[in-house]
Design a binder for this molecule. Structure first.
Ligand code: GDP
Ligand code: MN
Length: 394
């Protein structure tokens, strides 16, 4: 689950990291009022930023500066309602604009290959890191945090020196780097990015001072760990969520959309993976990973069917159920019910073994479903059916 910048910044603040203040506005008027409030406190310019769950807002025109409340209102009016990479802007963040001296990149990801949180820093800040990785990979510096000890001071200092941050900023950088790693552990995040992490100039009692500030924040939380963080789950933006993902979550179905044409409905993650492998071996491409979980009842089977058929590329469906806690007859009833209701007629091949398989076979036979005894046979039949369907359409 991705967090909006404003919510991500809240987690940074909770770690004591330096983030300029902000307000969230849903209308141009609210943005103007927020700007007026900051300006009454001495701010000369504000920044207005689109709150959408995609990066590159700056390039897309979703980040703008304003010098008066009226200008902030006008700018917010242009940003709200904007379409940025397919996301509709419904909220903007308004805050005092920082005077940027230099931009850096600082981020951390859960790296499955090394089984560690890897922190990355680059002096090429403000630019999307994927772009830096492509053009100048040597400009990205990495260190791996210890799973139990976190990020050592010396590792953070190594990163700071690598990107050319020294002097007074060294200590600030170390605190921010360690704070981000702590934030990941505390919130079960698998990605944190501060881009730009910036040296900003601020008026002080004795002239200007320069210090580090986190001007943008991007956080992705581990969905599987969300039950441990109900307060974070509440931050989910349903407006920006794929409706299929929302339905899958509602019915407790693990569903991952893929590019192929064979829809797969399976119980158990391991069996689902095996089923996908066998589809490939039979010469097809799976359209999805779908695990209906244990003990699925008819309504969950019907929901799974809707999810699969929601993908127009699906040419055939392969159902592979190994009945244990899940009862085969219950799944068969769900399939029959779902087929009676479905709008699109897609060939289906069903293999059900285990608990109540005989009853399932009887029901499916009566409803003239195509069945298979083994997974190999089922995969072969599904791939052949998809080929026929594709051929017939042409
Ligand atoms: P992104 O494009 O979605 O990553 O959005 P960012 O929040 O990173 O903003 C993009 C760019 O806008 C930054 O790299 C900065 O150059 C600029 N920017 C963002 N906030 C400020 C600010 O407070 N002051 C100034 N002067 N520029 C800003
Ligand atoms: Mn950014």
């Amino acid at each position: 689950m991705k967090l909006h910048e404003a919510d991500a910044k809240m987690l940074l603040v909770a770690q004591g990291l330096p983030v300029p203040p902000w307000a969230v506005a849903r209308t141009p008027e609210e943005a103007g009022e927020a700007a007026a409030k900051f300006m009454a406190e001495g701010t000369r310019r504000v920044v207005v930023k689109a709150q959408v769950l995609v990066g590159g807002r700056g390039k897309a025109g979703g980040v703008k500066l304003a010098g008066t409340p009226a200008e902030a209102e006008e700018v917010a009016g242009r940003i709200l309602g904007m379409d940025i990479k397919g996301s509709l802007v419904r909220k903007v963040l308004v805050g005092p604009a920082a005077m940027i001296v230099r931009e850096y990149y600082l981020g951390a990801i859960l790296d499955r290959a090394s089984r560690r949180i890897v922190m990355m820093a680059s002096a090429e800040g403000g630019v999307e890191i994927e772009e830096v990785a492509r053009v100048t990979p040597a400009a990205i510096h990495r260190v791996a945090a210890h799973p139990f000890l976190g990020l050592h001071d010396y590792q953070a200092r190594e990163l700071a020196f690598a990107v050319g941050l020294g002097g007074p900023h060294l200590r600030e950088f170390v605190r921010i780097a360690r704070g981000l790693i702590a934030l990941m552990a505390a919130n079960d995040a698998d990605l944190v990015e501060v881009n730009p992490l910036a040296v900003v100039r601020e008026p002080g009692p004795e002239g200007h001072v320069e210090r580090l500030a986190c001007l943008d924040a991007k956080i992705t939380l581990d969905d599987s760990a969300l039950p441990r963080h109900p307060e974070l789950e509440r931050l989910r933006d349903l407006d920006e969520e794929d409706p299929a993902d929302a339905e899958a979550r509602h019915y407790d179905i693990s569903f991952i959309h893929l590019d192929g044409t064979i829809g797969c409905m399976v119980n158990g993650a391991g069996l689902a993976m095996t089923t996908m492998d066998l589809v490939k071996q039979a010469g097809g491409e799976p359209a999805n990973f779908l695990d209906i979980g244990g003990g699925a009842k008819a309504d969950r089977v019907a929901a799974a069917m809707r999810l699969i058929l929601g993908d127009p590329k699906v040419e055939a469906i392969l159902v592979n159920i190994f009945g244990g806690i899940t009862r085969g007859d219950e799944v068969a009833r769900g399939l029959i019910e779902a087929r009676n209701r479905q709008e699109r007629d897609v060939p289906m091949v069903v293999r059900i073994v285990g608990t109540n398989a005989a009853e399932a076979a009887r029901l499916l036979h009566e409803a003239s479903f195509e069945t298979a005894a083994t997974l190999d046979e089922a995969a072969g039949k599904a791939v052949a059916a998809a080929r026929r369907a594709a051929g017939g359409a042409r």
